[in-house]
Design a protein around this ligand. Sequence first.
Ligand code: PRP
Length: 175
Amino acid sequence: MEKQLVRLFSREEIAAAVKRLAREIDRDSENRSPVVIGILKGSFIFIADLVRNLETPPLAIEFTRLSSYGSATVSSGRAEILAGLPEEAVRDRNVLVVEDIVDTGITTATLLEYLQSYRPSDLKLCTLLDKPSRRRVEVKIDYRGFTVPDRFIVGYGIDFDERYRQLPEIYTIEE
Ligand code: PRP
């Protein structure tokens, strides 16, 4: 059967959520500039919009990459860090991790544990989408855009087999 994209969130809904998240982050940061860390590749569009909505300028914008979603990752409950960061980028800093979606939680849990070992003064997680029905490991989400159903999600940076990342809106894939 042909797959169909069904719109879940419009440009306006996404823009409003990004603005709200930026306000929440600004309010909590009390003028202490955060080091913003995006997880490639899915977060590239969200992080670009989010940082342009922050009033508190980031101290730095960094990117990390973790191993792609796969059966080995799921069974071990841990992802592999493919591109880490120097300890100086994190130590004693206010760190904000930005993710497009928290699904099993394995990617973010692995990264948060790694960053925590570098002793930041504060470590927070912002995700645009949260799919709690799929959670395998516990993750504390400080800033959440939307909670989504257990469906394949694409658009606004998120892919299905590398397709659809460029779409400005968010869709589910339905049969
Ligand atoms: C996706 C998504 C998150 C992660 C969430 O990335 O962008 O990073 O999976 O899944 P989890 O909570 O189950 O760990 P993916 O590994 O597909 O790589 P990509 O961002 O490069 O597409």
